[in-house]
Design a protein around this ligand. Structure first.
Ligand code: GLC
Length: 735
């Protein structure tokens, strides 16, 4: 008994000494002047980070730090530079409040992983979490406290270049990936020096841009927004993300950076998070062109009133917040609440305890491009590649071929595999697809190369050389797609065809009549119906990161069996957009026998490749789809069982997907909704008994009254290898 009492008293005393982050933030807040409070809400860029020693702070930044007039920098990298600036804050400013350094580490710091859309195509949240963990190890070793990721914007329009940065069109898969990345970046202990603060962005609805044109208007019904676009942001916040980033777009007529609906009602009142919100680059300043603020002072007022806490590069808070308080135009409580959230994040990161904990040049040298991290780039990329077509099992190729023609500008590119937003990714670290193939097949096989054509323009003068090398070879491997700057921010395209004359080149190569494999390197779905019709083997490689060459070679020659699945629908033609799997049925779903139904006169309604699609070098058979009950009450769960057999000749991974359909609701419901998935590995001939649980939460939606509820009625269950090829059964929910 005595021992128990002793432990009890010890734990009480530790607790009372260990103030909460909130209490510690309040104690600092109480000491701050108005100018110092405003300073914590100001973020500047330290010059574009293109290398360890660049990213010099902007002119006069040392003085701003010394006076406590800036609380954060982005695009300042390396222990050395961040340490130099942190030293001024922690030793020369009046209150010694540490700076927080942020950077867009969205798929790697120096060691570049596949772009996020590729990573999501692995359908492997634990692998995606590992990728974020590795990114955090590297970035934190270089003085970075905070990444502006995960980008969780749902995107149904591949004209939008930023689809590359996210996880695709589905709210459930997007939520799983959002939470995985937050866990990976923040780890189990945010105060450790190898974890970094996550930032769920772009809050909210940015991917709904009309026409897929970046920064364009977003106008969604609240129901559509809450059912399809909002879940991944919520998943990121529920996973503990310490920050969010306000998006550029307006939604429902109000720009996010002035939206009390988003920032106060949803974020603070419904989700009750103390995560702070940083604006996007000058998004507060853009309230003026949006037409909701007449000047920067009014923009600052709208921003702080909507609880956008930190102003990235608009100079709005820096220039006007203190005066707005002095003039009584905003309540100091709004500023205090914002500063408190920022200080809490800095306390959680441990920056007050040791402002220099991320500044260790020796650790930085040892960590950057460590074997563990570089190996992980390959591990992730191998599961991100999607096999779109493999007629007559042309793939995998035989390593004993006599000669191979490798064609295409992208085959030898060492910068494009990095993709967009690659932070300090270095093209010198990239293994090109050509080199990957050359290293794989060894010196006995003749490898012939021709560029064929550039990515853009209509110059076909290189075609003949490509045709000649193809004629000399047993098989043709053509690498086509987009350059890395054709997706990402401000990179929308009005067409989704292969750019330039690449498809014409493929048509010329096709005429030769040799086996031809196409490798796609791109950041968005492409409209490639001719390829699907004529090319026997098509591999979606996305931008695979630094391990591009070895990864593609492993897949092409069968050392690894591809297991990726699409997380975005590929349209046949851009005119089909928006086209996504979880669409509504309408009152006149297409019926080929009835003219007066919903279809195009000149095109089939179906996509080129559906959501969830991806092939393997083996085959899988689904059988025995059963439920443990055919009827449940609203508060009960349901188990779903299915057998999956590897009916092929080699081991493979399969993503077993579970969809539901709510047949009748108080509002219209999608024809399918992904509610779970499991990635399993099967040896040839092996069968696994896969089990899912459908809980009440998986069946809720916003009903006719905008209440988030579960309704009784008939439901269909679909399980399969993608969103179209499924086994089906049904159940009922009774009152
Ligand atoms: C950009 C992007 C955002 C990024 C920020 C900082 O404009 O919209 O995703 O995190 O600025 O680089």
């Amino acid at each position: 008994m005595k021992k128990l009492l002793f432990i009890f008293f010890i734990s009480i005393s530790i607790f009372s000494q260990k103030k909460s982050f909130e209490q510690r933030a309040d104690s600092v807040l109480a000491l701050m002047t108005l100018e110092e409070k405003v300073g914590q809400l100001v973020q500047y860029s330290g010059g574009w980070a293109t290398g360890v020693e660049t990213g010099k702070p902007t002119e006069g930044s040392d003085e701003l730090i010394r006076k406590g007039k800036v609380g954060s920098f982005l695009n300042v990298v390396s222990s050395k530079l961040t340490g130099k600036m942190q030293k001024i804050a922690a030793e020369e400013s009046r209150l010694k409040i540490p700076l927080i350094f942020g950077l867009d580490v969205i798929h790697g710091y120096v060691s570049t992983f596949p772009v996020p859309l590729a990573e999501a195509s692995s359908w492997n949240p634990s692998l995606v979490e590992k990728s974020a963990r590795m990114q955090a190890l590297e970035a934190s070793s270089a003085g970075i406290h905070w990444t502006f990721n995960p980008m969780v914007d749902i995107a149904r329009d591949p004209r939008w270049g930023r689809i590359m940065e996210g996880s695709g069109e589905d709210p459930y898969l997007g939520s799983q990936m959002a939470a995985a990345r937050v866990r990976g970046y923040q780890g189990n202990d945010l105060s450790a020096n190898n974890t970094i603060l996550a930032c769920v962005k772009h809050y909210a609805g940015y991917g709904g841009a009309e026409g897929g044109r970046d920064y364009n208007t977003v106008d969604l019904s609240e129901r559509n927004f809450r059912d399809f676009y909002l879940p991944p942001y919520k998943a990121g916040v529920e996973a503990g993300a310490g920050s969010l980033m306000a998006s550029f777009n307006e939604i429902g007529g109000v720009p996010s950076s002035a939206s009390k609906f988003l920032m106060t009602q949803i974020l603070r009142n419904e989700w009750k998070t103390d995560a702070f919100v940083v604006s996007d680059w000058n998004s507060i300043g853009e309230l003026i062109p949006h037409g909701v603020a007449k000047d920067l002072k009014e923009a600052a007022k709208l921003g702080i009133e909507s609880t956008v806490d930190m102003d990235m590069e608009a100079n709005a808070y820096y220039s006007h917040l203190a005066n707005l308080v002095r003039e009584g135009k905003i309540d100091i409580k709004l500023v205090d609440a914002a500063v408190r959230r920022v200080l809490i994040a800095k306390f959680k990161l441990g920056l007050f305890d040791d402002p220099f904990k991320y500044c260790n040049e020796e650790r930085e040298q040892k960590t950057i491009k460590s074997k563990e991290i570089v190996d992980a780039t390959k591990e992730v990329a191998l599961e991100s590649i999607v096999l779109l077509k493999n007629e007559k099992n042309l793939l995998p190729l035989d390593k004993k071929l006599k000669s191979i023609a490798v064609v295409g500008y992208l085959a030898k590119s060492i910068s494009d595999p990095l993709g967009g937003w690659s932070a300090l990714g270095d093209s010198n670290d990239v293994v090109s697809i050509f080199d990957g193939i050359k290293n794989k097949i060894g010196k006995d096989v003749k490898i012939n190369y021709a560029k064929g054509c550039k990515i853009t323009g209509n110059d076909k003068s290189g075609f003949n050389e490509a045709i000649n090398v193809a004629k000399l070879s047993d098989v043709i491997i053509a690498v086509v797609g987009e350059t890395r700057n054709m997706s990402g921010e401000a990179s929308s395209r009005a067409t989704l065809d292969l750019p330039g004359v690449q498809e014409d080149l493929l048509k010329e190569l096709y005429k030769i009549g040799k086996p031809i494999v196409v490798i796609l390197m791109n950041g968005r779905p492409l409209t490639i119906p001719w390829l699907q019709e004529n090319i026997p083997a098509i591999v979606e490689a996305w931008y695979p990161g630094i391990s591009a060459g070895s990864v593609v070679a492993d897949i092409l020659f069968g050392d690894v069996n591809p297991s990726g699945k699409l997380t975005v629908t590929f349209p046949r033609y851009v005119g089909q957009i928006p086209i996504y799997y979880n669409h509504k049925n309408t009152g006149r779903p297409h019926d080929p026998k009835n003219h007066y139904t919903s279809y195009y006169m000149d095109l089939d309604n179906t996509p080129l490749y559906p959501f969830g699609f991806g092939l393997s070098y083996t085959t899988f058979e689904y059988s025995n789809l059963t439920l443990d009950k055919k009827e449940i009450k609203k508060n009960e769960s349901l188990k779903v069982f299915v057998d999956v057999k590897n009916t092929g000749t080699r081991e493979g991974k399969e993503v077993v997907q579970l969809y539901i359909r709510d047949l009748v609701g108080s509002v219209t419901r999608p024809v399918k909704e992904l509610k779970d998935f499991k990635k399993i590995s099967l040896k040839p001939g092996e069968t696994k008994h896969v089990e899912f649980t459908i809980t009440p939460d998986k069946l809720k939606f916003y009903d006719i009254n905008m209440d988030y509820v579960l309704e009784s009625g008939d439901f269909q269950v679909f399980v399969g290898t993608n969103s179209v090829d499924v086994k089906e059964t049904s159940f009922q929910i009774v009152e």
